[in-house]
Design a protein around this ligand. Sequence first.
Ligand SMILES: Nc1nc2c(c(=O)[nH]1)N[C@H]1C(S)=C(S)[C@@H](COP(=O)(O)OP(=O)(O)OC[C@H]3O[C@@H](n4cnc5c(=O)[nH]c(N)nc54)[C@H](O)[C@@H]3O)O[C@H]1N2
Ligand SMILES: Nc1nc2c(c(=O)[nH]1)N[C@H]1C(S)=C(S)[C@@H](COP(=O)(O)OP(=O)(O)OC[C@H]3O[C@@H](n4cnc5c(=O)[nH]c(N)nc54)[C@H](O)[C@@H]3O)O[C@H]1N2
Ligand SMILES: [Mo]
Length: 789
Amino acid sequence: MASPPHERHDAQQRMLGAVPGQPALGRGPTPGSDYSRHEYHHPAAGWGAARSVGKVLERAGEPMEGFRALFVMNQEDGGFDCPGCAWPDDPHGLHLDICENGVKHATWELAPANADREFFAGHTVAELAEWSDYDLEAVGRLAEPMSYNPATDKYEPISWDDAFVLVGGTLRELETPDQAAFYTSGRLSNEATFLYQLWVREFGTNNLPDCSNMCHEASGRALTAAIGSGKGTVDLHDWEIADAIWLMADNAATNAPRMLTWLAEADRRGAQLVHINPLIEAGSRRTIIPHEFAHLATFHATSTGTMNVQVRIGGDLALLRGVAKAVFEAAAQDPDVLDHEFIAQYTHGVDEYRALVEATPWADLVRDAGVDEAGVRRLADSYLATKRVIIAWCLGLTQHEHGVDTVREVVNLLLLRGNLGRPGAGPCPVRGHSNVQGNRTCGINNRPDQPFLDRLAEVCEIDPPREAGLGTVGTIEAMQSGDVKVFVALGGNFALASPDLPYTFEALRKCELTVQVSTKLNRSHIVHGKRALILPCLGRTDKDVQAGGVQGITVEDSMSMVHISYGMKDPGSPQLRSECAILAGLAQATLPESRTPWQSYADDYDRIRDTMAQVLPGFEDFNTRARGPHGFRIHQPARERDFRTPSGRVEFSLASLPDDVDPGEGRLTLATVRSHDQFNTTIYSNDDRYRGLKGLRTVVFMNENDLRDRGLEEFDLVDITSFSKDGTKRTVHGYRAVRYEIPPGCTAGYMPELNVLCGIADYSTQSDQPVTKHLVVEVTRSREVRPID
Ligand SMILES: Nc1nc2c(c(=O)[nH]1)N[C@H]1C(S)=C(S)[C@@H](COP(=O)(O)OP(=O)(O)OC[C@H]3O[C@@H](n4cnc5c(=O)[nH]c(N)nc54)[C@H](O)[C@@H]3O)O[C@H]1N2
Ligand SMILES: Nc1nc2c(c(=O)[nH]1)N[C@H]1C(S)=C(S)[C@@H](COP(=O)(O)OP(=O)(O)OC[C@H]3O[C@@H](n4cnc5c(=O)[nH]c(N)nc54)[C@H](O)[C@@H]3O)O[C@H]1N2
Ligand SMILES: [Mo]
């Protein structure tokens, strides 16, 4: 429900934390005064999870659909792939492989199509701008194509054909195709992805920014440089037989809850589970295995952690190098500690790496890591005591200036003991969106490689542009400077997921045309160009029927498994179109001379897959293999120790230690994270159950000493000022300080609210990723708190 009008006054500004002296508003439901925090002592995924699922289903108003959805989600024989995270399905097919948050994401999509013409006729965009992001999405699914009318400040219905003509005509009028940018969020199917990039490249640009530019770009670049391919090398079978699993920088209980099953089972067989994180997250202690509902009744919890290492924010590279130093020291006593055969046969640069590690003093490593020498050595002892080690990681490693260097240090450490390309061992990036890895595989990349473009040119008979296009940050800058005039987004919520919100908002508003292909109303529809379209599409759960019959789409999970997914719900409005159908319409209107069989592709996705099979390595016989039980695994050469780097070997890297330990006098380092009740910019509630926080999102988690130094008590109102690389400052007013077990000097708070603090210049020079886990801030008591009317 939308909040009453009197509470919405200035809400837009207060959501940006831009009103001094007033509590900021989060992007969830309008907060009340009943916020609280307590220590969470229960296992992850227990009764709290069950209750939370119940509430979501109740609110969705379609409980039966919700329950039915559970039973077909992630099953091998039909059903749809969970639209939540990218954790792989259980290959044994034994479990009803679902989790609390997967249920939330699927149910969210099952909402009725209430964002229809009546709804839009009743509200100006200026009015909707005052609604919280929660309220915008709570309207329901989008029902029909809408076009913005500046005269009325309202979205009005437009036919699909007119919408296509508007986009096609506007694109063709541009001086160059590079004046348009085409964003992707990681929920797109492989088939839609492939059509999207084909349209964009046939049109003539590589301006394909995507959510990966803000997510795992650093992992892709690091792994490509080190092992010759941008993906991890392990699969779930490896998880089943590893002696040690290190989980770095990932809040698994919230963001990949099905992983808990695998952690718990690893614990049962005695594997070492190491959690490296400035926060001790819920999944690092105990869990009730998400699918074992019987355990709910008996409160049977399983351990999911043997060691927690509370690293400083940004201290991972130093920590890993400290472990490497201890390994080399041990090797001086016992040469067998190193896997000499592997190192000699498959790697390049070990002598230089050893020299660098030996030359780095313990004092520097300890200071940078924020973990004492004994702690680093304990971790090293564990590493030396285990034969098969997987190191998995997520955003706490990538969203830093040194993200690429840190991921390469993960590989360095694995190499020393041959933990790569053999069973039970290897690097394992934990991806975010359910198909973000597939999107990259199928061509969404603003820096495409030349062999891919060569095959695309040959098979699809187009002449794709060869020079790199704009990523996310580059696109925002180009919209600001007027170099990009048309912005198209296939999914996602670019306006809110991006850094420097006011600057990004301004950039979007300068565009001649913004086009959003979406399932639900969000901020990116409210912050729009001079002309704007909302094109509503089918989601993963919706039944997709085209001229050629019922269609399935494919997705690729974190471990390179590709499988087919079928929606099961009748679309909530007859006006919804599939992403493939929308893309075919847009492409035909943009490229009237095109010889690409757009309509034929949209009629039957088997035809898209047949073309993809010719363009994409590893996709041979795609149609047959995708339909097999559990689909197929894309060949990953590095898994077989076939390293496609220029030297043909895995490359050790020789990064210097980051020089970001000291943020400056009185300053702190801030990491932005997700709460348990959100999926990126979609907020389900103001609670963060596992962190014990209820009713509030506008918070900053601080160490007790840092609170005391500032004379702050829990829940005091504070202003947070960030210091950008380019010397500019940004402030959010009216947040609340929350005491938390986090290393001194480190703080955390929620995205997307705190995206205001990430300046446009605050991106990594290694990956172009916004450094949203490493903002330099000052926290001060809010001045002059006025009561709200
Ligand atoms: N329910 C739910 N599931 C999701 C999402 C969601 O929003 N909700 N989002 C999806 C997406 S797109 C993604 S990319 C993933 C994100 O999954 P995560 O990477 O788990 O997401 P974040 O909440 O950003 O949390 C990052 C973790 O890194 C830790 N961290 C922060 N800084 C550092 C550091 O310097 N070093 C170390 N070692 N750790 C650090 C934080 O304490 C936190 O535990 O989840 C996916 N799954
Ligand atoms: N400060 C900070 N900023 C961050 C991050 C962070 O950790 N800190 N994380 C970054 C990361 S990892 C990511 S991945 C990005 C996320 O950025 P995005 O992927 O752009 O954002 P989402 O919130 O996932 O997008 C939600 C919207 O997607 C649309 N949608 C949902 N399902 C579908 C579908 O099936 N098809 C279509 N066409 N649309 C659909 C709905 O309209 C919904 O409102 O945010 C990044 N921003
Ligand atoms: Mo992500």
